[in-house]
Design a protein around this ligand. Structure first.
Ligand code: UDP
Length: 408
């Protein structure tokens, strides 16, 4: 894991000094992060560097994962989809199963840190035990909450309002809530295995190992196999363009422990791609950070054709590698891509196909978009900005009414 000092060359010394001051003034406080999976998906990705970095800044930070059976994760996936606005009908017994599972976790987890930092809806119901404790509770929502299914939001909102505050990724995700809402977009670690620089021969040998040939420009979407990531739409867009360009499509991704739908979606995608030598489908193990890094670097164009999205860290990762990205204008993606400046925003399969053809045919223009995207990420979506936002949020929990917080 990289040390904070390594970031000086990218973000400058002032940023590091500010983080150290913020961290020092929280010294002695303890933070427990709780989420629902140790691997797979954006939340685990962020926590894997956030926890050591907060510790390095002097804030004693731990990370624990709730436990549940497959039926629990089926319920939480339904809740996840419904909060993103998908039409899902959740029976009352599913809500009871959710609460029972979290009741069991309350006994198992040591929820006595000064700050309990709960990530996403799966563990949110733990908050009901907070009244026995004297600590602060912060909810981190990575979902686009702008159009939740009313029945699910009616269930979750009373739990959310028991937290001291919640953190959301984009202004559009705000809901009418009785607690303060803090804006903090996600970010990436530029020195992680997922994002560090790789030399060309290293990239090539990793792709050879994965069985991805180099004979045609590569068009890629990296995502968990999830319907909301629209892998079928990606294949449709590619097939529209294929007669006019020389390219190969790669859909690569794995699953997350808290996502029970992955295997089925993967099977559907494989069926659709069957017999087409220009479409590769790779099922990656959850530790494939270096492989994803190499795939992104080897790609000519990167797609993220999500139907709904929280923030879309895969977009951040691709932009950081200077790649031209075509992505749906959903969730936090428009925060990352300004259309025709730092990438292309699309709304349909036809839109994705049109831009794919253009970017494959105009590599100079594609390169310009990628360069602007990398600079936008450098300024806004690297871990130092994210750490600062969280440290400020922790300070806010202890000073909710202060206009100015004086750091000791
Ligand atoms: N990811 C991964 N393996 C996979 C698919 C995705 O490591 O098979 C990573 C990806 O590189 C990114 C994160 O998981 O860091 C996905 O975050 P994003 O916000 O794009 O979507 P989420 O999966 O959280 O909905």
């Amino acid at each position: 894991m990289s040390r904070l000092e390594d970031y000086r060359s990218i973000v400058g010394g002032d940023t590091l000094e500010e983080l150290r001051v913020l961290g020092r003034s929280l010294a002695g406080r303890t933070v427990l992060n709780v989420n629902s999976t140790a691997v797979g998906g954006g939340v685990a990705e962020i926590l894997s560097w956030m926890v050591p970095q907060l510790n390095e800044l002097g804030v004693e930070t731990r990370w624990d994962v709730i436990q549940g059976g497959e039926d629990f994760y089926q319920v939480t996936k339904m809740i996840h989809n419904a909060l993103h606005g998908a039409p899902v009908d959740i029976p009352p017994e599913s809500f009871r199963l959710y609460e029972d599972t979290l009741d069991q976790n309350m006994g198992r987890l040591a929820l006595d840190a000064d700050i309990v930092f709960v990530h996403d809806p799966q563990p949110a119901g733990l908050v009901k035990c907070r009244w026995k404790k004297k600590n602060r509770w912060l909810w981190r929502c990575h979902i686009d909450l702008s159009h939740p299914q009313p029945a699910v939001w009616r269930f979750l909102k009373p739990a959310v309002e028991q937290f001291d505050a919640c953190v959301i990724s984009a202004p559009a995700f705000a809901q009418a809530l009785a607690i303060p809402q803090i804006l903090a977009a996600p970010s990436i670690d530029p020195f992680s295995e997922k994002n560090r620089e790789l030399a060309e021969p290293e990239v090539r040998s990793i792709l050879d190992r994965l069985g991805v040939p180099a004979d045609k420009p590569l068009v890629t979407q990296i995502s968990r196999f999830d319907r909301l990531k629209d892998p079928v739409g990606v294949i449709e867009a590619f097939r529209k363009v294929k007669p006019f360009v020389k390219a190969r499509l790669l859909l690569a991704g794995g699953s997350a422990d808290d996502d029970p739908e992955g295997a089925q979606v993967l099977a559907e995608v494989r069926e659709l791609a069957k017999g087409d030598p220009d479409i590769l489908v790779l099922n990656l193990p959850p530790t494939s950070h270096l492989e994803i890094n190499a795939i992104q670097r080897a790609s000519a164009v990167i797609l993220q054709k999500s139907l709904r999205e929280g923030f879309g860290l895969t977009v951040t990762e691709a932009l950081w590698k200077g790649k031209p990205v075509i992505a749906s204008a959903v969730g936090g993606i428009p925060l990352q891509i300004t259309h025709e400046h730092s990438g292309a925003l699309v709304h349909t399969v036809d839109g994705a196909a049109w831009w794919l053809k253009r970017l494959l045919n105009e590599p100079g223009y594609a390169k310009k978009l990628g360069e602007a995207g990398r600079e936008h990420v450098r300024q806004n979506f690297l871990l130092t900005r994210h750490l600062r936002d969280y440290l400020l949020a922790f300070h806010f929990l202890y000073n909710p009414d202060a206009d100015i917080i004086r750091l000791g």
